[in-house]
Design a protein around this ligand. Structure first.
Ligand code: MG
Length: 294
């Protein structure tokens, strides 16, 4: 079974749906049922008795464009656990790039970040190199950076608060730093934060990490650990944008790539392209009048 939900543009929807269903039929992947969700009427759900997401998505994209989407090989239920990346997912920035600006080396650092998030560089090496470049920067720059530069993406507070109101635990896992993530996690209502620690001596960054590195393996292990504490059959949602999120996105029942780099988007069974991250709530058919605004 394959269930696909997507937030499709309503104009000319029937015509495009007819054409898509014909193309899917011809490709040997007939749609068993198609209809709008009960509460979120702009979300189209398609069920396939037997089909693979990859080829289905190619045909749907040709007819509907790269719209917000979620797919699963089972009936889609509310998640009991959200595990999310922070930088460029829950917040609109890459903290290390913004912090590097306070050291006057943003261009140098952000070029490395971009390549690491695309999966072109080893994450650990890229992190060590960038943290090294920050050696000597005053720790007080972090508080200024947080206040002046860091902000949640649109809908982040609503997403977390609404999922939590439905009994979902929320965990923030970042390849970034506790200095930022603790504050962001508290602001957005996350129950737990996992990340890297910047070492500080005499109120300056030493250019080293304190403690073990938080990377792609940590993210996936955190998800597995948290899942183990839930009852049998509890569904898990993971969200992220970078190459280091891929193992976590693939380990979840619902892996949503948020405005993601191509590698992460291709690896996930869900995606958000529109920017407002609360659209996830529509894909889970939570009525908008029950969303919790924080
Ligand atoms: Mg990220």
């Amino acid at each position: 079974m394959l269930i696909v939900r997507m937030i499709a543009d309503q104009s000319g929807l029937e015509t495009r749906l007819d054409a898509a269903m014909t193309a899917l039929d011809e490709a040997g992947m007939p749609v068993a049922m198609a209809g709008m969700l009960e509460f979120c009427g702009d979300v189209l759900q398609l069920s396939f008795p037997h089909a693979e997401l990859g080829p289905v998505r190619t045909i749907l994209d040709a007819h509907f464009g790269t719209c917000d989407m979620l797919a699963a090989d089972h009936l889609i239920e509310l998640p009991r656990l959200l595990v999310s990346d922070m930088d460029s997912t829950m917040i609109g920035q890459e903290c290390i790039d913004e912090l590097a600006d306070y050291a006057g080396i943003k261009d140098q650092v952000s070029a490395i970040t971009e390549r690491a998030m695309r999966g072109e560089l080893d994450f650990g090496q890229a992190l060590t190199e960038r943290v090294g470049l920050l050696e000597g920067l005053g720790e007080d720059a972090i508080a200024r950076c947080l206040a002046e530069r860091i902000a949640p993406v649109q809908g982040a507070r609503t997403l977390v608060a609404t999922l939590k109101s439905r009994g979902c635990r929320a965990v923030l896992v970042t390849g970034g730093f506790h200095h930022f993530a603790d504050a962001v996690g508290e602001q957005l209502g996350f129950d737990r934060v996992v990340g890297n620690r910047l070492a500080v001596a005499q109120e300056k960054l030493t250019g080293k990490l304190a403690g073990p590195i938080s990377d792609a393996t940590t993210k996936r292990a955190t998800l597995a650990d948290e899942r183990g504490q839930l009852g049998e059959g509890a569904r898990v949602l993971a969200m992220g944008d970078g190459a280091n999120d891929i193992p976590m996105l693939q380990a979840a029942d619902y892996g949503i790539a948020y405005c993601a780099k191509p590698k992460a988007r291709d690896a996930a069974n869900g995606r958000l392209e529109s920017g407002d991250i609360s659209a996830v709530l529509k894909l889970f058919d939570i009525p908008e009048n029950e969303w919790v605004a924080r």
